[in-house]
Design a protein around this ligand. Sequence first.
Ligand SMILES: [Zn+2]
Length: 370
Amino acid sequence: MSSAENYDHLLTFDGGEVDLIATYKGKRVAGKVVSGAMGLASPVWKKLLLGTPEPRAAEINAGDKAANPETTTKPIDCTDDDGEALLILLCISHLQFSDTPRKPKLILLFNIAVLCEKYDCHDLVRPWSSRWLKDLWPASRLFKVDHDRCLYIAWALGEQEYFKAISKDLVATVHLVGPDRKATNGRDYIDRGPMPDGIIESILQARTKTIQALLDLPYTYIERFKNGTSTVCKLKSESCDAIMYGSLLLQLGRIGLWPKKEAKDYTSSLLTLERCIRNLAPTSLPVIPGADGENHSDCKATCFRHYANEIMNRPADPKLECQRKHMQKRSKPKKTQYTSSKKVEEVEKESLIITLKVAPKPGTQVGSGA
Ligand SMILES: [Zn+2]
């Protein structure tokens, strides 16, 4: 392997005493990481390290500094992880901030979010996560790409405001395609990769609920023509009502909403439906042939634009309680290891004092009664 193809140096950090194996650009990489940095960064790595014999102790026991630690130490295995994302997390945990990207590509940020969830190391990227999303989300929204990945990133990194904005955008833009009615935002299916539990179902439920509210606008209005009295024509003309009624049904028929359609059967996006409903303009004729020449130019059914706007301005929130709790947890820094270990030390000290207080005098037996 030529030196150009060897990436070991990328994952080898100053003072690194623990082996770590990973996959970078499709190649297996063997690096050296600092156990203290790894333990501080992630409780998962800390647990792995605790289950790993101390290489330094192994060396001392062997009495030979040249002893190969690989023969006594199981390396941290990150070969299944995205190498580029892993490298960024390792650099941050080893205080090499200059390698932190200012504007990571969306797929890289997605892979970082996946690893943050896997290793519970969100604190590492907290200083950058909001700015990263601020750079990525507007373009993603504009070009209708990777909504699902943006949503996962916001969820994993505890960015609640972005999560709210992205999930609401998905409610408005998702439509269903194919015999299986798979949800897509036009470019991507939204169930491609890891997603917060229940969020797709929740997004689809919110979409159906809002679609039903929009459909109810014309469908409820139509009911007033069926009550047997002329309540729509200002001049109480049955002919005028019939024209308005027919006009509304014709317009609904043209956009596939008549005969009546149920929300669960509507496959286009909420935005498409909203545009259709707001453009409905059933009207009468100014002068109705065969009638008595009265002017019906002011007779028109209610415009649905205002009501459609109101519904779209308060769409159902697809966020679930479990997601709210998850993000709340992620958006707060964990207690520092320093504090934790200090507390542990204090508890240990107290235990020691109690132990000393109750420790039996030498030569006596406790509770034996003998
Ligand atoms: Zn009229």
